[in-house]
Write a protein that binds this ligand. Structure first.
Ligand code: GDP
Ligand code: IMO
Ligand code: MG
Length: 409
């Protein structure tokens, strides 16, 4: 079976945790887009792993972890991350693979990324990891692919500086390079988990352009990243948190404001530890936005959802969700493409009573307080998509399984 996990908001939904949880039943875990801009956290007992390039499935022994076709790979970061894993007792040799078609991030692309963003009239607030520049080089047909390290003709055409930087990696990476399309074909009878990075609203096409990243982070990217056609993907799981966050600039209709919500934004940031894994920047926080979530469900054909961070609301007497936008006095449930409309959108909210108790030890859906179930079921109804997993803490064990996502629909 081929199961896709994507972010249904602006990234940092807890994809790393969910992928790690689902990896037990997978044979292969493939990351299909983005690069070291991502930060995926896996918490296992007393160990915390922060992954940027390597699929979160690598934490589970013996799983094969693949960096797919749609990725942009910073080789310095990659080997730092692999060394870190080894230092934490994760044996990765022989089971981490990388697509010959993935593109390479050169050090000068990172400098150019930072400079370009600083000079923008409306800075995006990129992670400075050279992501946009590398994807632009790719689109210009000037990019350098992993396979080019072993392609005599292309290698000889690279500049002296480029070759000097890349030379040490040729031997280090040689045994890891695969033709991903063939690799996935050979594993087609097994379970393949596709790990998305970023999220729908950061996708280059579906997101809040230009305040997006540059990869194909939507579900369709899984097919491209895995070198297969879209009808070979069996199920799409969307991960969303009980509220919304966004790092960097750009529209955020349901963002908490001091005027309307007092210190709620700071409270949620502290309880939810909402600081970027990659840059350490504070994340902007807001209500769960069902208008945006509906759009994510539709545009990715999401079969089922995983709700994370429900426990962050444990101490709240009242919980609000955004059910529509009011734009120029008119209500809409559509997620607009225009930044101007998104910036003007005022959230129309519905209020729910909180549960005022800890969910951290809860392991079955039936044992969740009725207020928590009401909140979940309202969201399900609104977006017409079932919630199969509820996460009540960062650890692998703090998870409620309502229906196994590996079971075909
Ligand atoms: P990703 O980029 O989608 O993988 O998400 P991140 O790892 O950037 O951010 C999610 C953060 O929330 C991480 O620190 C996770 O350990 C944490 N987390 C995941 N699920 C839960 C949960 O259900 N409750 C709490 N309190 N934290 C969670
Ligand atoms: P994960 O996989 C949250 C944001 C950046 C910036 C914009 C463009 O951990 O969910 P880029 O460096 O990609 O050109 O920056 O996208 N961004 C993320 N925000 N989670 C991520 O990844 C992100 N990856 C990029 O903050 O606003
Ligand atoms: Mg993250």
């Amino acid at each position: 079976m081929k199961l896709v996990v994507i972010g249904a908001q602006w990234g940092d939904e807890g994809k790393g945790k969910i992928v790690d949880y689902l990896a037990e039943k997978a044979d292969v875990v493939l990351r299909y887009s983005g690069g070291a801009n991502a930060g995926h956290t896996v918490v296992l007992n007393d160990q915390t792993f922060k992954l940027h390039l390597i699929p979160s499935g690598v934490i589970t022994p013996e799983k094969q972890a693949v960096l797919g076709i749609g990725m942009v790979v910073d080789l310095e970061n990659l080997f730092e991350e692999l060394d870190g894993l080894e230092g934490s007792g994760i044996a990765w040799r022989g089971r981490v693979f990388i697509s010959d078609r993935a593109h390479i991030v050169l050090p000068q692309y990172k400098e150019a990324d930072r400079k370009r963003d600083a000079e923008r009239r409306m800075p995006i607030g990129t992670t400075g990891r050279g992501i946009g520049v590398t994807y632009a080089q790719k689109a210009h047909r000037d990019g350098i692919r992993i396979g080019d390290l072993f392609d005599g003709e292309v290698w000889n055409r690279l500049s002296k500086e480029e070759r000097a930087f890349l030379e040490p990696y040729r031997e280090k990476i040689r045994d890891m390079v695969v033709d991903v399309s063939r690799f996935i074909h050979e594993h087609r009878e097994g379970n393949i988990l596709f790990e998305g990075a970023q999220g729908t609203l950061l996708d280059l096409d579906l997101g809040t352009y230009p305040f997006v990243s540059s990869g194909i982070s939507c579900a369709a990217g899984a097919a491209i990243g895995g070198g297969i056609g879209p009808h070979s993907l069996d199920r799409v799981l969307g991960v969303f948190k009980a509220y919304s966050t966004r790092v960097g600039n750009g529209p955020f209709p349901s963002e908490f404001t001091e005027q309307r919500d007092g210190s709620l934004g700071d409270t949620i940031r502290e309880i939810g530890k909402e600081y970027g894994v990659t840059t350490g920047r504070p994340r902007r926080c807001g209500y769960l936005d069902l208008v945006a979530l509906s759009y994510a469900c539709r545009s990715n054909s999401i079969d089922a959802l995983c709700l994370t961070k429900l426990d962050v609301y444990d101490g709240m007497e009242e919980i609000k969700v955004c059910t529509a936008y009011s734009i120029n006095g008119q209500q809409t449930r559509d997620f607009p493409a225009a930044i101007d409309r998104l910036n003007k959108a005022q959230p129309v909210v519905k209020s729910f009573p909180g549960w005022m108790q800890s969910l951290r030890d809860c392991r079955s859906y039936a044992n969740l307080p009725v207020e928590a179930r009401t909140y979940i079921e309202f969201a399900e109804q609104y977006v017409q998509t079932p919630v199969e997993i509820v996460s009540v803490g960062p650890s692998r064990s703090e998870t409620i399984l309502r229906r196994n996502p590996w079971t075909p629909s």
